[in-house]
Design a binder for this molecule. Structure first.
Ligand code: MF3
Ligand code: CO
Length: 264
């Protein structure tokens, strides 16, 4: 069952998602050679609690951390560890919070130092395909119009779209209906209408789309060990159209966070 949000609920979701966007923005300069993935996790957890929110992933089905940090052939659900990032790594950071009863969820993929041109294209295509998807998130369209647009963008670059993980509705639960695959034929699935909030999240691979789960029970890697990238935002259909609630400009940043403080 899809839970469409009221204007008041959308206001509250803007606040949760803005916390996600704010902290992801702060993480960006910390993703550099020598940083350990658990350092990023500790930073994100501390800032989440400072802003009065709770990590969404920690404890979710037993997941042990605040962030998912997935390096190179890791697609999603990489568990932060003492692994230090190295020049040339492709690093996906996925992060969610719950604040005032509502979840926000977003992911970015960063290049550490100098990466290959192919890696840069992969990272750019993950974001570009997300934007193609959002263009389809318009009243009257159907959910699979998003899926088809993402797939077309990714495959036009010769990359693979991961099949075994999907985007999702989001609200009072991290994962709500509907599922939002990143592939499929257009014109199928539920109609998009006002109050729909989705986490749209293309996961893509430089090679094939088959996935393996590592022995830790979480980390999803490409079976062919090709590089992967992930881009995700929490997006709502409002009276102004599709609105990216987790954008890093912090349009919905709640009071008490740095954006509201006067300059020194
Ligand atoms: N960010 C993931 C998603 O988009 C959720 C992470 S699952 C967790 O659905 F178990 F790692 F928390
Ligand atoms: Co998600």
């Amino acid at each position: 069952m899809i839970v469409y949000k009221t204007e008041d609920e959308l206001r509250r979701m803007r606040e949760s998602a803005a916390i996600v966007g704010t902290i992801l923005k702060e993480l960006r300069p910390l993703v550099k050679a020598g940083a350990r993935t658990l350092d990023l996790d500790a930073y994100a957890e501390r800032r989440t609690r400072e802003l009065g929110a709770k990590p969404a992933f920690k404890g979710y089905r037993g997941y042990p951390a605040t962030l998912c940090v997935s390096v190179n052939e890791e697609i999603i659900h990489g568990i932060p560890s003492s692994r230090a990032l190295r020049d040339g790594d492709v690093v996906s950071v996925d992060f969610g919070v719950v604040y005032g009863g509502f979840y926000g969820d977003a992911a970015r993929t960063y290049a550490v130092g100098e990466v290959t041109a192919a890696a840069r294209n992969l990272i750019g295509t993950a974001e570009a395909s997300f934007r193609r998807g959002v263009e389809q998130m318009a009243e009257g369209n159907r959910v699979s119009d998003i899926s088809a647009a993402v797939q077309a963008c990714v495959e036009a670059q010769g990359f693979g779209v991961i099949r075994s993980f999907v985007g999702h509705g989001i609200g009072r639960a991290l994962h709500e209906d509907p599922q939002v695959p990143n592939f499929g034929l257009p014109g199928r699935g539920p109609k998009i209408r006002r109050g729909l909030v989705l986490a749209i999240e293309p996961m893509i691979a430089a090679g094939d789309w088959e996935v393996e789960i590592l022995a830790d029970g979480w980390t999803a890697v490409t079976r062919d060990r090709s590089l992967a990238a992930h881009f995700e935002e929490t997006v709502a259909v409002t009276k102004r159209g599709a609105e990216i609630l987790s954008a890093e400009d912090g349009s919905g940043t709640p009071a008490g966070s740095p954006k509201e403080q006067p300059h020194a």
